[in-house]
Design a protein around this ligand. Structure first.
Ligand code: TXA
Ligand code: MG
Length: 349
């Protein structure tokens, strides 16, 4: 299959630019498009056959359900049974980087929800994404536009690396602003349960819905007794080719101790990659050090994380050490992606 590549220019009217993409989606094809979180791999969410093509293109297990993307909150009740918590969340955070799990209506095919009786609903704030959904007139089902297991793509080049030849079109809308996938929540009788951390943080949710219960698999390895409620959270994910280990700890000399540990590893093997922040990077004596930014800029860590993980695949490294920067607010999303990229290989020092 030939994959068409187009650039969207948001300084010009988008209708004409995006009409060919909407036409592809209307006839059941696949189009990758930018969102504010990561690039999505879209298909018509009301068409089982189109949804099945997504699973084939990504190599995704069919029990891992897709998120449906709509352009305005008023449309939600066409596809799910809404409630008060949904509207509290939608008025506070939508459009934006949040996905809400709601009981589904029959119009959403089982192929989209992996047979579940709930559906994940999100309204992206990215102008290209929002306009594309509006032009289609139906919701777009879209997982992240990576091959299953790889880091999610945050620019169109990363999408092409994984999807060239597998889908009909890629729309280049530049770099994704947030860089990690949306926060996923499920409304509960009081408050919400957090199933995946993202740009909308626990503190922001608490301010709107009160109680936030955190799914333990966000910070710990899933086991038979500890199964994630978002099926996708159980799969190995985000992993670079080289084996990665995450170094955790605290105290004011943590970076010092982490750097000492890693410098010893580098002295034994110079093909060691390191993922950390500027402050730790200054203490590390290796050739393959990738920084996520200043220690006090967690939004930047999220923004850079997936590209940094992909970058290691282009370096001659056969081992990677990452330094954890904590679990507060947005850093919880970064920590969750890092432990998965490390296959839960974590050392406390
Ligand atoms: O930011 C995002 O959410 C991106 C962009 C493209 O919108 N999409 C994304 O999709 O990350 P994906 O498929 O890579 O991750 C969706 C997650 C998976 O962990 C899946 O298991 C979970 O959402 N999910 C989907 N439907 C669900 C449901 N009904 N109940 C529980 N979890 C669900
Ligand atoms: Mg994904």
């Amino acid at each position: 299959m030939k994959t068409e590549f187009i650039k969207a220019d948001i300084s010009k009217p988008l209708d004409d630019q995006l009409t060919p993409a909407a036409e592809i989606l209307k006839r059941g094809g696949l189009v990758a498009f930018p969102t504010e979180t990561v690039y999505g791999l879209g298909a018509c969410a009301l068409d089982s056959d189109a949804a099945k093509k997504i699973y084939a293109a990504k190599g995704r297990p069919s029990d891992n359900p897709l998120i449906i993307h709509i352009s305005r909150p008023e449309d939600a009740e066409k596809y799910c049974f809404t409630n008060e918590t949904f509207y509290k969340l939608s008025s506070a955070f939508m459009p934006g980087p949040i996905t809400v799990i709601m009981p589904k209506k029959p119009i959403i095919p089982d192929a989209v929800t992996g047979g579940l009786d709930t559906v994940a609903v999100r309204i992206p704030s990215d102008k290209v994404a929002n306009k594309l959904i509006e032009l289609c007139g139906f919701p777009i089902a879209a997982p992240s536009a990576n091959i299953s297991g790889k880091p999610s793509p945050t620019d169109a080049d990363a999408v092409m690396q994984d999807m060239n030849g597998r889908i009909d079109m890629v729309i280049d809308g530049g770099e994704c602003n947030i860089g990690v996938e949306s926060t996923i929540v499920k409304p509960m009788s009081d408050g919400v349960k957090l199933l995946r951390p993202g740009g909308i943080t626990v503190g922001m949710l608490e301010a709107v819905v009160g109680k936030v219960e955190i799914d333990p698999v966000i910070t710990e390895k899933p086991t038979d007794d500890r199964k994630p409620e978002a099926p996708g959270m159980k799969y190995r994910h985000y992993a670079p080719i080289a084996k990665m280990t995450l170094i955790c700890g605290d105290g004011k000399d943590f970076f010092e101790r982490a750097a000492e540990f890693i410098n010893k590893k580098i002295s034994e093997n110079e093909n060691t990659g390191v993922l950390c922040t500027d402050e730790a990077a200054a203490k590390i004596k290796g050739k393959y050090v990738v920084s996520l930014g200043a220690v006090d800029d967690p939004a930047m860590h999220a923004h850079r994380l997936f590209k940094a993980l992909r970058n290691f695949d282009d370096m001659p490294v056969d081992r990677i050490y990452a330094i954890s920067d904590g679990k507060d607010e947005v850093e919880l999303a970064v920590y969750n992606r890092m432990i998965k990229a490390a296959g839960y290989d974590i050392i406390s020092i």
